[in-house]
Design a binder for this molecule. Sequence first.
Ligand SMILES: Cc1ncc(C[n+]2csc(CCOP(=O)(O)OP(=O)(O)O)c2C)c(N)n1
Ligand SMILES: [Mg+2]
Length: 280
Amino acid sequence: MSVAKHFSRKYLREEVLPTPFCPGCFNGVVMNAMFKAMEELGIEDLRNFVFVSGIGCSSWIPNPLIRADSLHTLHGRAVAVATGVKLANPRLNVVVIGGDGDLVAIGGNHLLHAARRNMDLLVVMVNNMVYAMTRGQLAPTTPLGFRTATTPYGNFEPPINVAKLLINTNANYVARWCVSNFHKLKQSFKEALSEVSKGFRFIEVVAPCITYVVRYEGKTPGQKIKELREACVEVKSISEIDDVERRGKIAVGVFKKELKPGYVELYESYASRAREASQK
Ligand SMILES: Cc1ncc(C[n+]2csc(CCOP(=O)(O)OP(=O)(O)O)c2C)c(N)n1
Ligand SMILES: [Mg+2]
C-alpha cells in the first residue's frame, strides 16, 4: 500500500510498510492525527515515549509501525502493562492504543480502574464497533441492530457508551471524535500530550471497521466519512450528550478536561510519607 503524500512520516517505521491494514482502513487516520499532533508540538523523536497495545487490528498501530519503544502485549492487558511501565519509569510518556474489544470487553476492568486511579496514561480507543481482527464479531460497543458475524439478524445487546462512562470516573481527560473530525482529533492529541499531560487521558475515535462494518453495509470509505460527518454533533457541555444521542447522532467533543494530580504524583507523596514514618 502506498503512503499518501500528506501522511506524516517522521515517526513512522517505513521499513515495515506496507501496513497490515485493509485498504481504506481508518487506523491510518488515527495514527496520522497523532503524528501530526506530535509534529506540531515540536516533538523531535519518540525516545521518551513507550507505546503499549494488546491484540487486535488497531494494536498494530504502535507495533510495529511507530518508531519508538513499544510493547505488543496480551489481549486485554495493555492498560495493566502500561501501568507497570509508567510506575517503573515515571519520566516516560506512556501511550496505549487499542481496540474497543481489547480495552472494553476483556480489558474493561483494567480500563475502569486505571481511570479511577487517574493513572498517568494516554489511552486511545479505536472504536471500530466490532472485533475486527477475528473477523467481525459483536463487541460491547456494537450499536443496536448492527449485523455482525455473531449477530447476523441484528445486535440486540445495548452497547456501552465508554466515553460517557469514563466521565464519571476520576479521569482527567475524556474526548470522543470521529475519524471525520481529523483536525479536532489532532487537537485532542495535542491537549492530551501537553496541556493535560498528567493523569488518565482517554480519547475515543469512532472509526467503523472498513471490512466488517462499512463493506457489510455496502458502502465505500468515502461514503462512510460523509455519513459520519453528518452524524457527528459536537457538544460544548456533557449535558447535551443524551439529547444528541436520542436523536440517533454521535456526540463528539472534549467531554472532560481537568488538571488533577495523576496517580504517580500521589504515589510518590505516599511513598515519601511511608519512608518518613519508617525512619522515626
Ligand atoms: C485471551 C484472548 N482471548 C481472545 C483472543 C482473540 N482475539 C484476538 S483480537 C480479538 C478482538 C479484537 O477486537 P478489538 O480489540 O476491538 O480490535 P480490532 O481488531 O477491532 O481493532 C480477540 C477476541 C485473544 N487473542 N486472546
Ligand atoms: Mg474493534
